[in-house]
Design a protein around this ligand. Structure first.
Ligand code: NDP
Length: 285
């Protein structure tokens, strides 16, 4: 039976570390880090995510600002708001909750955020820096995934890591971070032939597809580390991942649950990224 990787507990410990660091830095520099979150419209899921982000910022002792804009806000007005925050010396991190309404170009919005305040790590310059191995803001979910893998004590170097999914926000960056850890990385996607024969190679298996039970126990190598990124609703409306936990946990060495695995880590890493942006600013980087 697999050992459960308790993302909730690991994330709580990280937030407590950040909290101590924030208190120490406030005493040293005379101000708190400040995270500004922008939400457009009233998407219920986005509202929950944003509330959790603001609550976490408050928990770790950061200043948080929430800017709620109507669904009908023009792209120009949104970009203006972001430019003002870019100029605001007291704001360290800016996050625009996605998705945005169809009339707004998401790429334009992301790339308008100053790359030094881009706490999500989605700005094209941060993405480029990540891929060439330079100092950058690392996207939160992939950063949290690497943290969870390391928490198992399993050595990543030299192992085969399979990432299922190749999105810009999870699959691709997590593959790059695993490469940085010297894993041998395979990226699978919707056109991959014979997915089970690929996933069975994995010493480390990261699944980020968004489809319930895309990975079942018979697709897992015995003893593997399995990270389930998926967040889906099953037929009963219950939150579930991409991996069939019941069967996979009988084969894997370590496995993340959903909920309580990757999700809480994303927010903990957001706190860490905000702190890093603050430190870079204070240290003139
Ligand atoms: P996307 O929809 O952007 O990407 C899904 C990926 O899965 C694509 O690369 C797609 O391939 C691939 N895929 C689709 N069908 C298959 C298949 N049958 N076999 C193999 N690969 C397939 O999703 P995201 O990366 O944004 O998110 C993935 C999941 O992770 C979602 O459930 C999301 O809610 C969750 N998530 C959770 C977070 C957290 O904090 N816990 C944060 C972010 C996401 P192709 O490129 O060929 O289309």
């Amino acid at each position: 039976m697999a050992q459960i990787i308790d993302g909730k507990a690991i994330a709580a410990a990280i937030k407590d570390e950040v909290k101590l660091e924030v208190a120490r830095l406030e005493a040293e520099y005379g101000r708190k880090p400040c995270l500004c979150v922008i939400i457009v419209g009233e998407n219920p899921a986005s509202q929950v995510y944003v509330r959790n982000k603001v609550k976490s910022a408050e928990y770790v002792g950061m200043e948080s600002r929430l800017i709620a804009l109507p669904q009908t806000v023009s792209e120009e007005d949104l970009l203006d708001q972001i430019c003002k925050l870019n100029e605001d010396a007291l704001v360290d991190g800016i996050l625009v909750q996605l998705p945005l309404p169809k009339h707004i170009n998401e790429d334009k919005v992301i790339d308008t955020i100053s790359k030094d305040k881009d706490v999500d790590g989605f700005h094209i310059l941060n993405v480029g820096q990540l891929w060439v191995g330079k100092h950058c803001i690392t996207p939160c979910t992939p950063k949290g995934i690497i943290h969870l893998i390391k928490s198992t004590g399993v050595q990543v170097k030299g192992k085969i890591a399979v990432v299922v999914g190749r999105s810009n926000i999870v699959g691709k960056p997590v593959a790059k971070l695993l490469l940085d850890e010297n894993a041998t990385v395979i990226v699978a996607h919707s056109r991959t032939e014979d997915l089970p024969s690929i996933t069975r190679l994995a010493d480390i298996l990261v699944v980020a597809v968004g489809r319930e039970n895309i990975v079942t126990g018979d697709m897992v190598k015995p003893g593997a580390v399995v990270i389930d990124v998926g967040m889906n609703r099953n037929a009963d409306g219950k939150l579930c991942g991409d991996v069939d936990f019941e069967s996979a946990s009988k084969v894997a060495g370590f496995i993340t649950p959903v909920p309580g695995g990757v999700g809480p880590m994303t927010i903990a890493m957001l706190m860490k990224n905000t702190l890093e942006c603050y430190l870079d600013k204070e240290n003139g980087k």
